[in-house]
Design a protein around this ligand. Sequence first.
Ligand code: PBG
Length: 323
Amino acid sequence: MTEPHATRALRLGTRRSKLAMAQSGLVAEAVSQVTGRPVELVEITTYGDVSRAHLAQIGGTGVFVTALRDALVRGEVDFAVHSLKDLPTAQPEELVLAAVPEREDPRDVIVARDALKFTDLPRGARIGTGSPRRMAQLNAYARSHGLDIETVPIRGNVDTRIGYVRDGELDAVVLAAAGLNRIGRIDEVTDFLSVDTVLPAPGQGALAIECAADNAELIAALAELDDPVTRAAVTAERSLLAALEAGCSAPVGALADLVADGQIVKEMRLRGVVGTTDGTRVVQLSTTGPVPDTHDGAGALGRALADEMLAQGAAGLMGERAH
Ligand SMILES: NCc1[nH]cc(CCC(=O)O)c1CC(=O)O
C-alpha cells in the first residue's frame, strides 16, 4: 500500500556543500511548516562542486544548478533550493520559481588578516576572489582612491577561501555576507563593504525555491514562503543581467531596493554596474520607478537600466559573455 499523499515526505534536492546544506535546512523547516509534511534532503553533486577550473573559465552559467534542475525535471526530487545568484536567468519551461523568501544582507564582505578593513589594507595587499564582478569593483575603487591592491583569482568553498587568509597566503578574501550568516561564520568578517563600493551580484542574499511547473499543489503551498518585495527586487536585478546578455560569472553587479520617505515607500531604485576586471573602465548607473507589483513591471525596470548601460558602452566591458 502506498503512503497517504498528505504525509509522504517531500524530497528536497540539495548540493552537499556546507552552505547549500545550511540553506536547504532552513527552507526544509519552513516548507514542512506550510505543507504539514516532512521534508527529506536528497544530496546531489553538481558540476560546480567537482570542477577545479576557475568559474570564469568553465563558463559560469548554471554550474551549480544544472544537476539539481535535471533531478527536478526527472521527478527524482520535489523541489530544490538555490542561491538565487547562482541561478541562470533563463527559466526552463518545465520548472517554476515557486518562492523567493525574504532576502538577507546582500552585501559583500572582507575577511582579512589582523582585523583589517578594506581601505586599511597595506600597499600591495593580495585580495582573493574568483568573481570578475568583485575584481572589477575593488580594482576600480582602489584606482580612484589611491589604494594599491592585487586581486588574486581563487575559488573553493568558504573554508578553503578563508583558509588562504589564515595560512598567510592572502591578506584578504571577499565573500557574501549572506553565506557566512547562514553557516554561522559572520563573526569572522572584518569589513562589510558598502554597496556604494561594491554592488552585489544580482540576487545575492536571496534564495530560490524551484519545483516542477505542473505541481500545482506544491506551488500553491510554497507561495506562502514568497516575499513579494524580494521577488520584485531580484526580478529587476536579473532582468538587467539578462538584458546585458551576461552570464552569472560576468562582471555585473546589481541591487534593487525600496526608496522610502519616512514610513511611506515611494519607489524602487535599481543600481547596476559593469566593468573590466582591472577596474580601468566602469559603467555604473541607477534608475528608479514605481514599486513594481508584477513580474513584467520589475522586468521592465531592469531592461530600461540595461538599455542605458549598453548605450554607455557596457557591452564592451564584459569579457565573459553568455554563449
Ligand atoms: N557562488 C557561490 C555562492 N553562491 C551564493 C553564495 C552566498 C550566499 C548568497 O549570496 O545568497 C556564494 C558564496 C559567496 O559568494 O561568498
